[in-house]
Design a binder for this molecule. Structure first.
Ligand code: PA5
Length: 417
């Protein structure tokens, strides 16, 4: 019945009849499917590659996680600028590290904020803007700053227009965590030389493939399975992959699912692990801890390279039986063995098969997760496109910081502290 419900929810999502439907522009890939805009992003990325050794991306949440996940997972082109991320915390040390990295290198900045008023990136941008202006002068700094923000309004749009920064758009109908396949993700990704045409082609092909209604639609299956497991008391989903480069992709996925579903006192808690490393740490809990977990493994079938196990004449570790074997084979046996062990231990397992770890397939995977998230949220019965809960910390922080208008709350909070 949950598969059928996923199908019905898919109709609601596509027809725009569900809650939050004003934020489902990502379904049709928005500006990411506009060839002229993709070309502008690519030519800007080429300009940044020519003028900078380092790109600092200033943004938080949906305004940086997608770009970071793709950049960490996919290989950069040789000689591409390093990409560092700032404005995603209030840690002075984290900010100082990125600032230090700018000292003796040519730098460009891509500031990304839909609202333009989010505290963390806004504060960081003040600092990086001042640093660039001190280093290059105001006019040259303006040529090195790229703003990705609302098409028409907001503090950042106003500033960008006044200073003459080149701007890119966060579409009105796309929320931060669904924005990786727009300029928000695409510009920083393109700077590293990752093929964004391929990424978008993969997403477009996934969009076409996953439109087909049917119980064998993997998006329906994933949305239905995780809701079925949730109803059976499996409240935590662990996303795992056997490639450590996937770590931040899982962080992106956690934001997508956690912020979309965790509301009205319900929702699966999204967690992540990195195998086999975490089999030597979290593996103990997964195998024998409280039985409220299920696991989803993203399996890339074809690694990019081949590594063979060398023989050893002394064979002190007793591993000569593996001589000449491809590491891919070892990894595969570890994955299959772990799956059986975890299932035996009461941890249901889902597998998402992806043919290759390249830009095309990553584009498809990102679209898969976004679509499944929209469906899964509807199956759960929440609005997967809002985030009312993130305001509570902001209100308290503003009150404690002394923001005008928050004086009374500030006093109450200080007493409680
Ligand atoms: O998913 C979201 O909507 C959030 O994570 C936002 O992307 C995040 O709060 C940053 O917002 P903004 O782009 O307005 O600075």
């Amino acid at each position: 019945p949950l598969l059928a419900r996923a199908g019905a929810c898919r109709d609601t999502l596509i027809s725009g009849g569900g809650p939050g439907s004003e934020f489902t522009g990502w379904l049709s890939l928005s500006d990411g499917s506009d060839p002229a805009e993709l070309e502008r992003i690519e030519s800007t990325a080429a300009k940044i590659r020519d003028t900078a050794e380092l790109l600092v991306v200033v943004g938080i949440g949906g305004s940086f996680m997608g770009a970071k996940s793709a950049i960490e997972f996919l290989p950069a082109a040789p000689g591409a600028p390093e990409v560092l991320f700032a404005g995603n915390s209030l840690s002075p040390d984290a900010l100082a590290r990125v600032l230090d990295a700018c000292a003796d290198r040519d730098v460009c900045v891509n500031v990304i904020s839909k609202s333009g008023t989010t505290t963390e990136p806004a504060v960081a941008f003040r600092i990086f803007r001042a640093a660039l202006e001190a280093k290059y002068g105001k006019a040259e700094a303006a040529k090195r700053i790229y703003a990705t923000t609302d098409r028409h309004k907001g503090a950042l749009k106003t500033l960008a227009d006044a200073e003459g920064y080149e701007t890119f758009v966060v579409p009105d109908d796309v929320g931060g965590r669904y924005s990786v396949l727009t300029a928000v993700g695409l510009l920083p990704i393109a700077v590293t030389g990752i093929d964004i045409q391929q990424l978008m082609e993969g997403a477009a092909d996934a969009r076409a493939a996953f439109q087909t209604p049917g119980m064998d639609n993997p998006v329906w299956q994933y949305a239905a399975a995780r809701n079925a497991l949730y109803q059976a008391g499996k409240k935590i989903e662990i996303l795992g992959c056997y490639d450590s480069a996937f770590r931040f992709m899982a962080e992106w996925w956690k934001q997508l699912y956690g912020e979309s579903e965790g509301k009205e006192s319900k929702g699966i808690f999204p967690a992540s692990v990195e195998f086999t490393a975490d089999l030597h740490s979290m593996g103990q809990y997964i195998q024998e801890g409280e039985r409220m977990l299920f696991e989803t493994i993203v399996n890339f079938e074809q690694p990019r390279g081949q590594v063979l196990v060398p023989g050893d004449k002394d064979n002190l570790d007793g591993l000569n039986f593996l001589t000449g074997k491809d590491l891919k084979f070892l990894c595969e046996q570890a994955r299959l063995g772990t799956r059986l062990a975890h299932v035996d231990g009461g941890v249901p397992n889902l597998t998402i098969q992806v043919a290759k770890a390249d830009a095309y397939h990553v584009g498809g995977l990102l679209y898969f997760f976004e679509l499944a998230c929209g469906l899964s949220g509807y199956v759960l019965g929440v609005n997967p496109f809002d985030q009312p809960g993130v305001e509570a910390y902001k209100k308290n922080m503003f009150a404690l910081l002394g923001k005008p208008g928050y004086e009374e709350l500030g006093e109450t909070l200080r007493k409680r502290l």
